[in-house]
Write a protein that binds this ligand. Structure first.
Ligand code: NIG
Ligand code: FE
Length: 437
C-alpha cells in the first residue's frame, strides 16, 4: 500500500479536499434512514446505485454524493476546483469500504501442520485434541514483544485495505493470560494509530481454556471476568468482549457469566456460536449482543427471535471453505426469515487465513446462494451495524466517514465473480488515499 495519489489523481490538496468523479457505478448503499436498523429481507439488495457518480469529501468526511455532471456544475466545486485532489475513476466501480467485522489478526505464525493434517482427513476437534488448533498459537504470542505483534498487525491491515477493507474489527485471543491479552490489545491500539483506516478492538480472552486451566475452566473464567475485562475496560483497550461458546470451548453458562462482567464494565458483547454445535440463543439475547458469528447450527425458534432484533448474524464462509466442509451456514434461511446478516473474513491462522472480503463474498454467492447485491450490503452496511458503527460507516452518504474502495471493474457483480483476484485499486480511508497497484 502506498499512501499517495494513484496515477489518475491530480492536484494533491493540503486541506484533504477530495473530488472523486466519473464513477461508472457508485454504490452508495444509502437508505437515508439511519435509524432504520440493519438491512434485512429484500432491503439487503438495495445498493443505491448512481451511474456516472461523484463524491466530494472534506476533512475525512463525505460531504456530497451525486452525479459527475451535477458535481461539475456545482458553484462551490467550480470555485474550489484547483484546490481539490481529483480522482478520475474513468468508469470504474466505487463502493463503501468493506467493514470486516470479525477478524483474529494478533498471532505470530501460520499453522501449517494443522493445514496438512486436515488435508489428510483430521477434524477440527481431532486437531485440537492433538495439541494443534488455537492452543498451539499461544506460546508464540506470549513470548512476542508488543512491537512484533504491532508490526505484523499493521502488515495485515494494509493487506486488508488492498482488498477493499477500510474498517476492521480486531480480536485478541491468542495469548490467554492477563498480560498477553492486554499486550495484544495494546498492539492493536498501536497499529490502529498508524493505519489510516478504522480498527475496532475486541477482547477475546475466552477463546479457549488454556492448558494450565484444563479441568478447572471456572478459574479461568474468573480471571477473564475479574482481571482481563476490568483492566481492558479501564484503559479503553476494547470496545467489545467476545466468547467462543461451543463444544470444546466455553459453555453457555460461562458465556453468560463473561457477558455479565462485560456489560457491567460498559463493554458490548458479540459471540462465536453454533460453529460446531447448536446452542440455545435465548439466554444470551438478554445481553443484547451486537452479533452472533458463524451460526452453522441454529434452531427455528432462534431464527424467528433474531428476525425481530438488531443483533446481526455474521457469516464467515472462509472458515467453512478452509476447513474443507461440505456445508455452509444457511444464509437463505436467515435472509428469507428477515434476520440481518453480515459477511466477514474471520481472518485467523487456524480456520480462515484470508484477508480478502471479495473472496468471502464470492463464497457467499457460490456456496450460500446470496446474490452479489446481498453480499455487498452484508459486507458493508450490515458489517457497520454489527460493530455499532452504522452512523459513521458502511455507506456513502453525506456526514459519514470518507471510506471508499475503487474497483477496476465495470459492474459491481464482477467483485465476487473474479474469485481470488485483487481488483481493488484504491481505497480511501478516513479521507486518506491509498493506492494498491
Ligand atoms: O472463528 N472459532 C473460534 N475461533 C476461530 C478459530 C481460531 C483458530 O483456529 O485459531 C474461528 O474460526
Ligand atoms: Fe472467529
Amino acid at each position: 500500500m502506498t499512501l499517495m495519489p494513484g496515477p489518475a489523481t491530480r492536484n494533491a490538496s493540503p486541506r484533504g479536499w477530495l473530488l472523486i468523479t466519473n464513477i461508472g457505478q457508485l454504490l452508495t448503499l444509502g437508505s437515508g434512514r439511519l435509524d432504520a436498523g440493519p438491512r434485512r429481507g429484500d432491503d439487503l439488495k438495495e445498493l443505491g446505485i448512481v451511474s456516472d457518480g461523484a463524491v466530494l469529501c472534506v476533512g475525512g468526511k463525505i460531504v456530497s454524493v451525486g452525479t459527475t455532471k451535477d458535481a461539475l456544475r456545482d458553484s462551490w466545486i467550480r470555485k474550489h476546483r484547483k484546490e481539490l485532489t481529483e480522482i478520475d475513476c474513468a468508469g470504474k466501480v466505487v463502493i463503501p469500504g468493506f467493514v470486516d467485522s470479525h477478524t483474529h489478526p494478533v498471532f505470530v505464525s501460520p499453522r501449517l501442520v494443522d493445514f496438512e493434517k486436515r488435508i489428510e482427513g483430521a477434524s477440527y476437534e481431532q486437531i485440537a485434541d492433538a495439541g494443534g488448533g488455537i492452543r498451539s498459537s499461544l506460546e508464540a504470542v506470549r513470548n512476542a514483544t508488543k512491537t512484533t505483534l504491532e508490526r505484523k498487525l499493521l502488515d495485515v491491515l494494509q493487506d486488508m485495505a488492498a482488498y477493499g477493507a477500510t474498517t476492521v474489527e480486531a480480536k485478541s485471543g491468542y495469548g490467554l493470560t492477563v498480560e498477553s491479552e492486554l499486550k495484544s490489545l495494546e498492539a492493536i491500539r498501536k497499529a490502529a494509530s498508524t493505519w489510516p483506516g478504522t480498527v475496532v478492538p475486541t477482547l477475546l480472552g475466552a477463546h479457549v481454556v488454556p492448558k494450565e486451566f484444563q479441568g478447572c475452566s471456572q478459574k479461568y473464567v474468573e480471571i477473564v471476568c475479574k482481571e482481563m475485562i476490568p483492566r481492558a475496560a479501564r484503559r479503553s483497550l476494547a470496545r467489545f468482549v467476545d466468547v467462543f461458546c461451543d463444544k470444546g470451548a466455553f459453555t453457555p453458562e460461562e458465556t453468560e457469566q463473561i457477558f455479565a462482567a462485560a456489560r457491567g464494565h460498559g463493554l458490548s458483547v458479540r459471540v462465536h456460536v453454533g460453529q460446531l454445535s447448536e446452542t440455545a440463543l435465548g439466554p444470551l439475547l438478554r445481553f443484547d449482543p451486537a452479533s452472533f458469528d458463524h451460526m452453522d447450527h441454529v434452531n427455528d425458534n432462534d431464527v424467528r427471535q433474531l428476525a425481530k432484533r438488531n443483533t446481526v448474524v455474521t457469516l464467515v464462509p472462509g472458515a467453512n471453505y478452509f476447513l474443507g466442509l461440505k456445508t455452509y451456514p444457511d444464509a437463505r434461511r436467515f435472509i428469507d426469515a428477515g434476520v440481518p446478516v453480515a459477511l466477514a473474513t474471520d481472518y485467523n491462522p487456524g480456520t480462515s487465513p484470508t484477508v480478502s472480503m471479495p473472496m468471502t463474498m464470492s463464497l457467499a454467492c457460490t456456496q450460500m446462494k446470496m446474490s452479489p447485491a446481498e453480499a455487498i450490503a452484508a459486507a458493508t452496511i450490515n458489517g457497520a451495524w454489527a460493530l455499532h458503527m452504522a452512523d459513521r460507516k458502511g455507506s456513502i452518504e453525506p456526514g459519514k466517514d470518507a471510506d471508499l474502495a475503487v474497483f477496476d471493474v465495470e459492474d459491481y457483480r464482477e467483485i465476487p465473480y473474479w474469485f481470488g483476484a485483487k481488483r481493488c485499486e484504491m481505497t480511501i480511508l478516513n479521507g486518506v488515499i491509498a493506492s494498491h497497484h
